[in-house]
Every structure is written in C-alpha cells, then in structure tokens.
Ligand binder design. Sequence first.
Ligand code: IMP
Length: 199
Amino acid sequence: MNKKPLLIATHNQGKLIETKDLLKNSSFDIVSLAQQEKSCVVQEDQSTFYLNALKKAQTYQQFYQMPVIADDSGLVVPALNGEPGVFSARFAHENASDEENNQFLLKKMKGIEDRRAYFECVVVYIQSPQNFVWARGTYNGEILEAPQGGQGFGYDPLFYVPTYKKTMAQLLMHEKNQISHRALALQKLLIKIKEKGWA
Ligand code: IMP
C-alpha cells in the first residue's frame, strides 16, 4: 500500500519517538521537521494550547503542503490561576532552562497548600486548510517541594503522580509514554483521524 506522508511538527526527539510509536500501525509514512530542506519558524504566541497547536499545524501544512500533526503542551497549576500554562517553556524568563523554570515554580508555590496540578496537551491533525481534527489530554498530579528523579524533561522532577507514588521523572520513559497527557491526546486524535477515514 502507498503510505501517505505525515509531518510531525516537533523538534523534540522524545515527542517524535512517542508519536511514531503510536502511529506505527497506521497508513502514514512519518516524516520529521529535521528531514525537511527548508525551515519554517512558528511563534507560539497564542493564548491557549489549542490556538498554539492549530497555528503551528496550519502554518506547517501550508508551508510543506502535506498533512501535519502539531501539538502544544504545558503545566497548569490551579492555585496559580492556571500558570505557567502556555508560558510553561519560558516561565522564569524567555530562554529559561528546565532547572530555572522548576526553581521559579517552587518560589511561586512557597506557602501554598493546594499543590494540585495537571499537564495538558492539545494535538491537531490537519489534512488541508479546511480539514482538521484535534484532541486534548490531561494528567493529574501534585507539585512537590523539591525535585526528585532524573528522567523526562521540563517539570517532571516536581510532578508527583500519586498512583505510582513517584514523580514523572522517576518513571521509565515507556511508563510515562503510556499514561502521559500527550499519549492520551494522541490516542484520541488517532481515533478521530480514523473516523474521518484519513488513516
Ligand atoms: P511544548 O509543548 O514543547 O511547547 O512544551 C512546553 C513546556 O511545557 C515544556 O518546555 C515543559 O516545560 C512543559 N511540558 C510539556 N510537557 C511536559 C511533560 O511531559 N513533562 C514536563 N514538562 C512538560
């Protein structure tokens, strides 16, 4: 069967591997941004995960003229009125490292008793400008008072998962990839793509 190319719009190797794994039995031929000759930069300047993911998906689809999967994700802390949200990657400052963002989060949460938080991911599949579907996945946890564990990325060392009695950074990659907000969103997205008859 002739497989249809599908661009995974991410520079994050972990996300690429996870998405490829989920789509391994689909009729898509997965291609990455790194394989593209021309580069296209998209500013993630929208007010919601959905709008950022949609903007990325639409821009890349137009630019590369092929179906695209794009996502946006981050950490949401209700006690901080939803922060860091869409600013998760640049919470401490514009070019902040994960370590700086984690320390900044701890500072902001000092003295706050309600430590509940969740990761959120929105994924968009776009086939042509008018034809797209999207899905959302969340994962609940709590923010610890000090980091634990060396796996994962971002806020994983501070994100405690009660079911496993571990932080996300103490889970093995395949364990995290089975349960994560991103995995859930991608699973839902794949169902919608199949319902449309696009895969
Ligand atoms: P983006 O979806 O790559 O723009 O992710 C934005 C930011 O959200 C990342 O830089 C991380 O700080 C945070 N984030 C998103 N997903 C995760 C996760 O699975 N673990 C930890 N942090 C995450």
